[in-house]
Write a protein that binds this ligand. Structure first.
Ligand code: NAP
Length: 250
């Protein structure tokens, strides 16, 4: 793949950082955008910046970006020194389903963090990429968006909306030189799933996601299941009749 530039939204996320390392190893310059990044004291972000620059000899810049601060989105994009070739959005919030069922405030945060914020910043970026005539947008969504389940339907419904949004954006931009990729990682060992008892064979590492994204960009894939087994699992889950599905404990 030819060298270029990569912007990671949600730049402190485990998957986002793996993507940054992987593309930097290919010679890409990196922009990491994360909330609470502007103080210059963020140990994680600045440690990764130094590490990436030393290891791969590419520039890394860090930007303040909060996807829920909708009014500042366009200003954030306008202030970037260059418009990256590829943008990966790794923003997300799992929430706690049982708490969120009882709290509109925390439901709102989960819904906005997984749908509204990522979709609105991609709305602005898509227009900028369209005007420029090229660019790749990579949205990390979730298989949880493919069918609502009692255990995570608040998060899942927001991801469902986001997957639909990415589908429509891809459709709109297909002939405009802008490619949109939907990533469905399945379980991934990250901060988000820390402490959860995940089945090893169904769980990917953040670097697996990064490699899958690189391949998808190169091959112009549209929807990517990081572990292919998840495509089969979700095919089965989507096809269970509703009368049976509603009685299952999943
Ligand atoms: N881990 C899994 O099993 C799994 C499975 C399927 C999909 N996903 C999705 O994969 C993506 C990456 O998740 P991850 O596993 O790497 O977890 P993670 O390390 O917890 O990353 C999520 C990131 O989202 C950022 N974020 C949340 N709200 C934000 C906002 N308003 N503005 C800016 N950044 C915000 C967080 O920022 P802070 O660092 O500031 O908190 C955090 O860095 C997410 O979209 C997640 O939903 C994860």
């Amino acid at each position: 793949m030819k060298k270029g530039s990569l912007l990671v939204l949600g730049g402190r996320s485990d998957m986002g950082l793996a993507v940054a390392h992987h593309f930097a190893s290919l010679g890409f310059s990196i922009q990491l955008a994360a909330r609470k990044a502007s103080s210059g004291k963020d140990k994680i972000l600045y440690a990764h910046k130094s590490d990436i620059e030393l290891r791969y000899n590419v520039p890394v810049s860090i930007f303040e970006f909060d996807a829920l601060d909708v009014r500042s989105c366009q200003r954030f994009l306008d202030n970037l020194p260059t418009l990256a070739d590829i943008t990966v959005c790794a923003i997300g919030l799992l929430g706690e389903q049982q708490r969120d069922e009882r709290s509109l405030a925390s439901s709102i945060e989960v819904m906005r963090s997984n749908y509204e914020g990522p979709a609105l910043v991609f709305t602005l970026l898509a227009n900028m990429y369209e005007e420029r005539g090229h660019g790749t947008l990579v949205g990390i969504s979730s298989v949880a968006g493919e069918r609502g389940r009692a255990s995570n339907y608040i998060y899942g419904s927001a991801k469902s909306g986001y997957s639909n949004f990415l589908s429509g954006l891809r459709n709109r931009l297909a002939k405009k030189g802008v490619h949109v990729i939907t990533v469905l990682p399945g379980f991934v060992a990250s901060k988000m799933t820390e402490g959860l008892n995940l089945p090893v064979r169904l769980t990917a590492q953040p670097m697996d996601v990064a490699i899958a994204i690189e391949r998808a960009v190169w091959r112009k894939r549209n929807i990517v299941y990081v572990k292919p087994i998840w495509q089969l699992i979700m095919l089965i889950i989507r096809n269970i009749p509703e009368g049976i599905f509603k009685k299952l404990k999943i």
